[in-house]
Design a protein around this ligand. Structure first.
Ligand code: HAM
Length: 416
């Protein structure tokens, strides 16, 4: 048996709409001044342990970690934020204009149990706005994701929004929640989770647990004055930008760096893996990885899940620009002409290809039809002698003879 792609991975195949989704999600951010950045797909393991949090599932169970030949522990990035902040610090980007606005796209790696919408190598499009605390910036960041989904035609995405507080108010809330949870009738594993991260327990989907959680204290009700003012201002900002959201006081994220504004985008057409994106503020991340205090906020959207969401809404993402012209030649001289003609078309910006291989007129015309091109240019040795080519409209079969010298201008005119 031939090789198969490794478990939890997949191939992006022609016609998938992958590029349109990856780039379409970031297009509104580009218009808002977010510049492209690309960081390595592997980093020091310690960057993720400190940045994302050693007790998270992502770091403790799901990392692809290996030792290189110099005995360094490296990890395939499970997410993009820690690497981007590392790059900002390393290159001093934060010494320039703030916020540093960045966008990125690329593969992330998590050793999760594969299922629909969950892969071990998956792709994200993301943005980060680093260096400032301003609720208007939070609103912009969230709105840019919203517009990214909207620009693809999606209408079923919902925005869940909350605030996770900050080091002033969260510790007291955490204590209060821990005390509340400790008084409940929970199994051993859940009790252990209360001690590691009590917030995770709020997210427990089991009905027996949910029933007991009805009266649990919630972070948005326990925010300190600064966090509350920030949260209220973010909400106002979103309202003025026309971005609808649902308060989600029990929202729990899988990464430890969040504080204050925290959000997730979900789509109900996806089944269990309903999160199409998520993000939030991470004002303590830079310090956690050894940098100065440098607040930030951002998001990452999952490309595979966005593609699934599009499918569930019956939307076909635009595929790549196809061919404009397909050249079919008959005879040795005509073949040589076809090769140069295609070169001239391409130089003029006309997407073109030709029938390679010897397949006769019928086979070559079939190839022209299958190529998806709008026009076929058909040339035989005798046409060449007469100085003309046949330009055939493949949609309706109309055909006209065009002088060779006028071929490219004629096609350009028709394309305009
Ligand atoms: P995240 O919520 O872990 O956040 O991932 C963002 C999105 O990536 C998810 O909502 C989901 O669509 C997609 N995703 C995550 N894991 C998988 C998987 N195994 N298979 C397929 N898709 C997946 C982050 O990664 C943060 N870095 C986002 C962020 C940026 N926060 C601040 N800035």
């Amino acid at each position: 048996m031939a090789f198969q792609a490794p478990k939890g991975t997949y191939d992006v195949l022609p016609g998938s709409g992958f590029l349109a989704v990856r780039d379409g999600l970031l297009a509104p951010a580009e218009l808002a001044g977010y510049s492209y950045i690309e960081s390595p797909v592997f980093e020091d393991t310690e960057l993720f342990a400190r940045g994302v949090g050693a007790s998270t599932d992502v770091v403790s169970k799901e990392m692809f970690t290996f030792t290189d030949r110099g005995d360094r522990s490296l990890t395939l990035r499970p997410e993009g934020t820690a690497g981007v902040v590392r790059a900002v610090l390393q290159h001093g980007l934060h010494h320039g204009q703030l916020p540093v606005k960045l966008r990125y796209a690329g593969p992330m790696f998590r050793a999760e149990r594969p299922q629909a919408g969950r892969f071990r190598q998956f792709q994200q499009s993301g943005i980060e706005a680093i260096g400032l605390v301003d609720p208007a910036l939070d609103a912009e960041v969230v709105a840019l994701a919203w517009e990214g989904f909207r620009s693809l035609g999606l209408t079923g995405v919902r925005l869940l929004l909350t605030s996770l507080g900050d080091p002033t108010c969260r510790p007291a809330y955490r204590e209060e929640l821990t005390a509340f949870l400790t008084g409940l009738d929970l199994d051993e594993a859940t009790r252990a989770r209360v001690l590691i991260n009590p917030l995770r327990v709020l997210d427990d989907k089991r009905e027996s647990v949910q029933k007991q959680l009805a009266g649990a204290p919630l972070m948005p009700d326990r925010l300190c004055a600064d966090c509350k003012a920030h949260h209220d201002a973010v909400i106002e900002g979103l309202q003025s930008l026309g971005v609808p959201f649902e308060p989600a006081p029990r929202l729990v994220r899988g990464l430890d760096y969040y504080m204050r504004t925290t959000f997730e985008f979900v789509h109900d057409g996806l089944g269990a893996q309903s999160a199409v994106g998520g993000g939030g503020r991470y004002d303590g991340l830079s310090e956690a990885i050894g940098g100065p205090h440098l607040p930030g906020i951002g998001w990452a959207l999952g490309i595979e899940r966005t593609l699934l969401a599009l499918e569930s809404e019956g939307i076909t993402p635009p595929s790549e620009k196809g061919l404009d012209v397909y050249v079919v030649s008959l005879g040795v001289m005509a073949k040589a002409w076809a090769v140069t003609a295609v070169g001239a078309f391409r130089k003029a910006g006309v997407a073109s290809d030709l029938a390679y291989g010897d397949r006769g007129l019928k086979g070559a015309m079939k190839a022209a039809d299958r190529s998806g091109a709008r026009w076929a240019v058909v040339v035989g040795d005798r046409d060449l002698e007469a100085g003309v080519a046949q330009l055939k409209d493949l949609r309706n079969g109309d055909q006209l003879a065009v002088p060779l010298a006028e071929l490219t201008p004629t096609v350009l005119e028709k394309l305009a």
